[in-house]
Design a protein around this ligand. Structure first.
Ligand code: PPE
Length: 304
């Protein structure tokens, strides 16, 4: 169960957690046209700080632009709502979920004049794939579901409806006894997890699938920048599932999943079944950065 906080920001004002409700004929509830973000706020030595706030808010507006949704608030107002939500709920560390959705009005697929509604919820959310997963790695299964194609619902927006693809894949993987699913693209190359980007390490070089079939993950981009600064070569390139089987290391990145090592794929151990040195180095640096312990990266944090 979700760990409840006190207040949720809805359309410009705070309401009690229990009163943050919508009508059952809310358009997005039926058809999935909406966009959301996942952002994290961490406890640092100088108070709480949000990791890459501007980038997440910019992607939220990009998602709306892709979906042709006009958000009635500005990016500055949404950023303010996020900061105020953390403050009003007195949380030092939390997950942040802004959601822009089509409200009650007309039904049917043509979105006429239905109101565009906005909510920001915050709540404490620990390690998404478990503390044990962060430390020792997780077991992953290649999904029987294909990742969405750019001409199906597109891949650069965090569209609510896109996550049907993810929930189907996730349920299938968990029912098969795995921790997470890995989806392949329409050409059969590795795309991403249900809510994570993937990296593999081969001969000291970091590889990650190129953007066409995956979400432009903000953690993905951060890891690439961090790796380059560490003089680790990064290649955006297509690769196959069996390249992961024989990779030296593999890991997932995402706001919720943070940096989670992958120790097994399809019943085959990856890199000896434990997190490797490159993964550990980047994971260690990532947690230092988000906790405000890496001054070179302080521009990525918004202290509140
Ligand atoms: N791919 C997908 C499909 C995805 O949903 C996410 C984030 C990522 C990659 C990583 O993106 P970024 O967070 O910018 O590094 N998934 C969000 C939702 C997870 C959920 O279960 O809800 C997240 O991590 O917040």
């Amino acid at each position: 169960m979700i760990e409840e906080s006190k207040k949720i920001w809805m359309d410009g004002e705070f309401v009690n957690w229990a009163d943050a409700n919508v009508h059952v004929l809310t358009h997005t509830l039926h058809y999935g046209t909406g966009a959301f973000e996942g952002i994290r706020c961490y406890k640092t030595g100088k108070g709480s700080a949000i990791f890459r706030l501007q980038e997440h808010v910019a992607r939220l507006f990009d998602s709306c632009h892709i979906l042709n949704i006009k958000c009635p608030f500005t990016p500055e107002q949404i950023s303010r709502a996020i900061i105020d939500s953390i403050k009003i709920n007195k949380l030092r560390e939390c997950y942040i979920r802004p959601l822009i959705y089509i409200g009650y009005g007309a039904m049917g697929l043509f979105i006429k004049d239905n109101p565009v509604r906005v909510a920001v919820a915050v709540w404490p959310w620990g390690a998404y794939l478990g503390e044990e997963g962060i430390k020792n790695g997780i077991r992953v299964k290649v999904s029987s579901f294909t990742r969405l194609h750019a001409n199906i619902t597109m891949t650069k927006s965090k569209t609510c409806g896109d996550y049907v693809n993810s929930t189907l894949a996730k349920s299938e993987a968990l029912a098969s006894g795995y921790d997470e699913a890995l989806l392949l693209d329409t050409n059969g190359y590795v795309a991403e997890g249900t809510g994570q980007n993937i990296f593999i390490v081969r001969n000291g070089v970091l590889h990650t699938p190129p953007l066409p079939s995956v979400l432009e993950g903000i953690t993905r981009r951060s890891i690439m920048e961090m790796a380059k600064k560490q003089k680790i070569e990064v290649r955006e390139t297509y690769f196959t599932r069996d390249e992961i089987y024989i990779a030296d290391e593999a890991f997932f990145t995402g706001t919720a999943a943070e940096v989670t090592p992958i120790r097994e794929v399809d019943g085959r151990s990856v890199g000896g079944g434990k997190p490797g040195p490159v993964t550990k180095k980047l994971q260690g640096l990532f947690f230092k950065i988000v906790k405000g312990e890496a001054p070179a990266y302080k521009a990525w944090l918004t202290t509140i």
